[in-house]
Write a protein that binds this ligand. Structure first.
Ligand SMILES: *[C@@H]1O[C@H](CO)[C@@H](O)[C@H](O)[C@H]1NC(C)=O
Ligand SMILES: *[C@@H]1O[C@H](CO)[C@@H](O)[C@H](O)[C@H]1NC(C)=O
Ligand SMILES: *[C@@H]1O[C@H](CO)[C@@H](O)[C@H](O)[C@H]1NC(C)=O
Length: 250
């Protein structure tokens, strides 16, 4: 570590311990790391997720658990499905598997394992398997032990007061559907309970193939919401309240 970094860390530590930064914006559950060591980043992320996911209305950061899907149309081959009044829960209990940050290379990696429940109303119109479908009812999707890996390309920017912030340039992700997805869908075929149950059973027996077919738009949407939420947080909270590592030149 060079002298400048030592000085900077000392100043930050002093400022923190003497409450010089009384205009601190970051909530108390943010425990900034002094280095980008994995172990610290993982712990800090673990510490932050339960409260962060509840949302921070004072910072304009919406809740991720629960998170609300007002309306999400999904066009599948042959069937148009629309989710309505959806409520996604479980993110606050995600297990943090890995976090890596490379501040010079603008890379941030996050890997979590989550149980997620999506509940809401749906409509489905078209053909499913061989049958014409015109369903409308309640649905619940339970995802067990899915592993989500996010690879975020970060950037830095200055706000109006000249303070540095993290930004998100773009991201990629992989979503492993995990061990089991369970579907509960009522009234798939209006007025035909028997066919509805048979098809639902088929969907559950073939959950992996079924999910690969229609899961991507849902997960894309969920990832977008998550990233947009993180952006709002980074817009509100300056870099030097998130990570006590000198910001690279940019
Ligand atoms: C960072 O360093 C300060 C000062 O040495 C220490 O009090 C704090 O616990 C450290 N933070 C972490 C997350 O290790
Ligand atoms: C998800 O639920 C399963 C079964 O209830 C449990 O064994 C597992 O530990 C949970 N995983 C997480 C990440 O909470
Ligand atoms: C992601 O969300 C933002 C804001 O809600 C929206 O403007 C954008 O179109 C969305 N992008 C995708 C790919 O859905």
């Amino acid at each position: 570590m060079c002298l400048r970094q030592v000085l900077l860390l000392t100043v930050v530590a002093l400022a923190a311990s003497f409450g010089v930064c009384d205009a601190k914006i970051a909530p108390d559950f943010i425990h900034p790391c002094n280095t980008t060591e994995k172990a610290c980043l993982i712990k800090a992320t673990r510490d932050a997720i339960p409260d962060f996911s509840k949302g921070l209305p004072e910072l304009g950061v919406p809740s991720l658990d629960p998170f609300i899907i007002d309306e999400l149309p999904i066009q599948l081959p042959g069937v148009k499905v629309t989710f309505l009044e959806g409520k996604v829960t479980g993110l606050r209990k995600c297990e943090v598997l890995n976090v890596e940050a490379y501040v010079e290379k603008n890379i941030f990696l996050l890997e979590v394992k989550c149980n997620i429940t999506i509940k809401g109303k749906y409509t489905a119109v078209g053909r499913l398997l061989l049958f014409p479908i015109n369903g409308e009812g309640d649905s619940k999707i339970k995802i067990t032990n899915s592993v989500i890996k996010l690879n975020i390309k970060t950037k830095y920017f200055k706000d109006a007061e000249g303070r540095d912030h993290f930004g998100i340039k773009n991201y990629r992700y992989t979503f492993d559907y995990g061990e089991k997805i369970h579907y509960v869908i009522s009234n798939l075929f209006k007025g035909n309970a028997e066919l509805s149950n048979t098809v639902l059973q088929f969907l559950n027996e073939n959950w992996r193939a079924v999910t690969e077919e229609f899961g991507k738009p849902v997960v894309d949407y969920a990832m977008n919401v998550t990233i947009e939420t993180a952006k709002k947080f980074f817009d509100a909270v300056p870099y030097d309240e998130l990570l006590y590592v000198p910001i690279p030149k940019y």
